[in-house]
Design a protein around this ligand. Structure first.
Ligand code: OVM
Length: 404
């Protein structure tokens, strides 16, 4: 008998990965998932799950067999109407995916961001100076939310009015990738109003001529994308660019507050700002999960997943897989975190990652210059979301530098 034709029995888990117990602390469940096998059947959602780095990385890279066009949440767009018009980037496959992607890649690329760098470093310094007037503050609201909300909407070029809608919109959007549970339910009453506001910000007349939004409309003017596509590409910036960076910044601030030796090391070598952010993205995986849909029967780790079925990729579990990482639960600046899947992998890998890294570099540099010690000063409170690993509160106490 040859092994190539055999189907391994797929192990089963009855745990609901979107239940509050797992959302509060997913690590034990992630370990069980990885140890059960390369593919696990989750009975709670009747989907196939990948928790090991090897299979998550391979699945993210295989856009030919595992499509995004049927949605990257639990809902299968082949059978169910999406709650909003699908994203031209996140929820699309080649070839339709490629023109919008190429446009955003250029607009959000390292070269295009150079003109923002000095202003963002100055903004971060001013914010940190103001926040440090009190030795205790909430690092989530005062820094992780405040800084992206200061710089990113301006960079996109939307007006000031209504920006308080961005975080609630994103929170619901990321909940909506999961099952229709209580977290989705609590967002439904406001989502029509929030969506209407977001969609209204995507028109050329409301966008500042200096911003990413105007660059997207210029690309439409050149014919790189169609005028019908442009507002949806702007919508992707407002959808994917706020909550993700907020929780990425919260993750790196939490990591430093709980690893004082790493803070001292970073202050001696501020060139580690970029490594610090990627290591925090690996450790916490602000985007925990996304789904794909099998185009045809696909073989993963000896199991055959039937065409049309949903596959749930646990980025957070892969980023702490001991098969791939030594001491995976430790925040360690001497590690090379590249190869983490916190930004995804392959053709859909986070197109905004350079923006996120610049935001974090600006904020961490401003803090490193001014803060000698940062420690937890009260209860750390998680915010539960079906997709995001998030904090609602991170009380910290800081000791200012150079006050000897
Ligand atoms: C989009 C979108 C929305 C949410 C997340 C995301 C992480 C993209 O609308 O394109 O990427």
């Amino acid at each position: 008998m040859t092994t190539s034709a055999t189907h391994t029995v797929v192990p089963v888990s009855h745990v609901d990965p979107f239940g509050h117990e797992v959302l509060e602390d997913p690590h034990q469940f992630h370990a069980e998932l990885r140890d059960a096998g390369p593919v696990v059947h989750l009975t709670a959602q009747d989907v196939y799950a990948l928790g090991r780095h090897e299979q998550v990385h391979a699945a993210l890279s295989d856009w030919q067999s595992l499509e995004s066009g049927a949605g990257v949440g639990l809902s299968n767009f082949r059978h169910a109407k999406p709650w909003r018009p699908p994203s031209l980037l996140l929820e699309a496959d080649p070839p339709r995916h490629d023109a919008p992607r190429a446009v955003l890649t250029r607009i959000l690329g390292p070269r295009a961001l150079r003109r923002l760098r000095d202003a963002w470093f100055a903004d971060a310094a001013a914010l940190v100076e103001r926040v440090l007037r009190t030795p205790e503050f909430d690092a989530v609201t005062a820094l992780a939310e405040e800084f992206p909300l200061r710089v990113f909407p301006d960079a996109v070029g939307i007006p000031k009015e209504g920006r308080e809608n961005l975080l609630p919109y994103g929170d619901h959007l990321f909940n909506a990738f999961g099952p229709p549970n209580d977290l989705v339910e609590k967002g439904t009453s406001r989502i029509a109003e929030l969506s209407e506001w977001v969609d209204a910000q995507c028109r050329p007349a409301v966008l500042d001529e200096d911003g990413f939004g105007a660059r997207i409309w210029e690309a439409a003017g050149r014919g790189d994308i169609t005028p019908e596509q442009a507002p949806l590409v702007v919508r992707s910036l407002l959808s994917a660019g706020v909550d993700t960076t907020v929780h990425g910044l919260a993750a790196v601030l939490h990591a430093f507050a709980t690893h004082p030796g790493q803070w001292r090391r970073f202050r001696r070598n501020p060139g580690l700002a970029r490594v610090a952010f990627d290591e925090a993205v690996r450790l916490e995986s602000p985007v925990q999960t996304f789904f794909r849909t099998a185009v045809t029967d696909v073989r993963i780790g000896g199991a055959v997943i039937p065409g049309g079925r949903k596959i749930l990729m646990f980025l957070g579990a892969a980023n702490r897989d001991p098969r791939r990482w030594e001491r995976p639960g430790e925040f360690d600046l001497s590690r090379d975190p590249s190869g983490h899947v916190g930004f995804g992998m392959g053709i859909h890998q986070c197109v905004g990652q350079h923006v996120a890294r610049l935001e974090s570099e600006a904020l961490l540099t401003a803090l490193a210059e001014r803060v000698e010690r940062i420690e937890i000063a009260g209860p750390v409170v998680r915010h539960h979301n079906n997709t995001l690993r998030a904090l609602s509160s991170l009380p910290v106490r800081v000791v200012r530098a150079g006050r000897a």
